[in-house]
Design a protein around this ligand. Structure first.
Ligand SMILES: C[S@@+](CC[C@H](N)C(=O)[O-])C[C@H]1O[C@@H](n2cnc3c(N)ncnc32)[C@H](O)[C@@H]1O
Length: 204
């Protein structure tokens, strides 16, 4: 298995200094679209999972309690610096999405952007997101997915050996993953590269 949590931590430590250069501009619109579908209310408690350098922060309203987590210390350090620079009060912690150190039903909103296609077991990440969300809580997902209508073909699965090693899985289907975790999909929109990237809003 080429995609492991240990490997993710190693490669994102290497990518950390150049991550913003690669992912800031390209994903601005997808982030704005995804987070624009959330019904924000003042005072909400929000969890960012696998948050990287915190590029979602500018698209999240200010008057909220924000917790930001990621498995890679180098990414969390940059996210913390970004929060400080933007004068945002954010709790930043190193944490595995597969085992969240938060109580059940603690958050109003969970954000999982560009993480479900990266972590080795997305079902476990979604199960944890579901656990920490309050009933009726909202989950924002933005990532690249295989269309739900057909499983990945042999060419895509072959290419996936390479992409999942250097960056990301390209064979995952998001609708069954969300439904099996107990979520109801409220919104599903293509946001980049002819629908390879989608923004979804789901509810617990
Ligand atoms: C493609 S980046 C996305 C970062 C950010 N969400 C964004 O939208 O820019 C993937 C991130 O997932 C983190 N990651 C990978 N596996 C993880 C895990 N098991 N738990 C938490 N974070 C993880 C990596 O450290 C990296 O920061």
């Amino acid at each position: 298995m080429l995609n492991t949590t240990v490997w993710n931590r190693i490669r994102y430590t290497v990518y950390a200094p150049i991550y913003d250069m690669l992912a800031n501009r390209a994903f601005r619109k997808p982030r704005r679209v995804a987070l624009g579908h959330v019904d924000w209310e003042p005072g909400m408690r929000v969890l960012l999972v696998g948050a990287g350098t915190g590029l979602d922060l500018p698209f999240i309203p200010r008057e909220l309690e924000i917790h930001l987590t990621d498995i890679t210390p180098a990414m969390v350090k940059r996210a913390s610096e970004r929060a400080e620079k933007h004068q945002r009060d954010v709790v930043c912690r190193v944490m595995d999405a597969a085992s969240l150190d938060y109580p059940d039903e603690h958050f109003d909103v969970v954000v999982m952007h560009l993480i479900l296609a990266v972590m080795p077991c997305p079902a476990q990440g979604l199960s944890e997101a579901h656990r920490v969300l309050k009933p009726g809580g909202q989950l924002s997902v933005m990532d690249k997915f295989q269309p739900d209508t057909q499983p990945a073909g042999i060419g895509r699965r072959a290419l996936n050996v390479l992409t999942s090693f250097i960056a990301t899985d390209i064979t995952r289907q998001v609708t069954p993953l969300l439904q099996q975790a107990g979520f109801h999909i409220r919104h599903d929109e293509p946001v980049l590269m002819n629908g390879l990237f989608r923004a979804l809003l789901a509810a617990k």
